[in-house]
Design a protein around this ligand. Sequence first.
Ligand code: FES
Ligand SMILES: [Fe+2]
Length: 334
Amino acid sequence: MSKREREHTELPIPNGWFAVAWSKDLAEGQVQRVDAFEEELVLFRGRSGKPIVLDAFCPHMGAHLAEGGMVVGDGIRCPFHGWRFDESGTCVEIPYCKRIPARARTRPWECVERNHMIFVWRHAEGKPPDWEVPSLPEFDDPSYTEPRFFDIEMPVHMQEMAENNCDPAHFATVHGNPHIPDSEMQIHENGRFFRMTSWQEAETPFGTHRVDLERDSWSLGVTSVRMKGMGEAGLLFFSSTTPIDTHTTHSRWAFTVSRNLADVAGEPFIKGMTEGVKQDLRIWKNKIHRARPVFCEADEHLAAFRKWTRQFYSHHPLDEVDEGDDPTPSEENA
Ligand code: FES
Ligand SMILES: [Fe+2]
């Protein structure tokens, strides 16, 4: 396949809420560069404590506001000639002029802070948010540990990373798991919320139990994974995957575990997770996106997941080809 043909198989950037920073890394008055969704942005925490995101380049002469910009109130002063912008991106002061040109504004981005991360809303057609990033109760529960954080940048489209979880067969071949767990899938909230539960008998600190892994997705980017079936004990991974561009993804995970599991589950789970990602890497780095894969009958969840993800794209490669004719496992293509 030529390089040119490969490009035609690429998925675009989806719509949604995507994390662009850790809360802990942005103190009041601090400024950060953000490269996400093929955009260059400036993120800063205003004096009221609010995170604010604007287009990075000053409308005056194009300086990057994150490279030396100073936070003033809930706004930012450009490092080049000192124009000051408020949180809506409107210029409110030119230190050496009385009149402010009407076009002196930079684009604001909607922003929320949840579960130790700062999220930005991105929509290809500029539509406003139609869902909220959930606040997960474990992060405020005193019976859970302080969260741990890790993040990684991967040379892969974010959808490939998400599809992994609905692809039980690869757990045996890529990750060496002895058997494929049973799983079921549910879609709720007018089709927007996706839950995948898988279970198996497992050795736990409390004996051998059926342990359920419940994976909730609010969109392609925002996901939680909970381990259930160990009585009061619990474990939560919350993650956000952010498209930097169509072939680079920044993943962030916040992890907490009930205190009665802290000693046994903390390190091994994080290690297991990062090792797993490394095993997937060689496949991800070199694969192409098949818009119409040849599915077999065991790919039922994968096919359903693909279908579900279409709603998060303003433009999808399959739109022009066959509106409504999603790839589903069938005898014909099995
Ligand atoms: S470039 Fe920003 S004030 Fe001149
Ligand atoms: Fe994997």
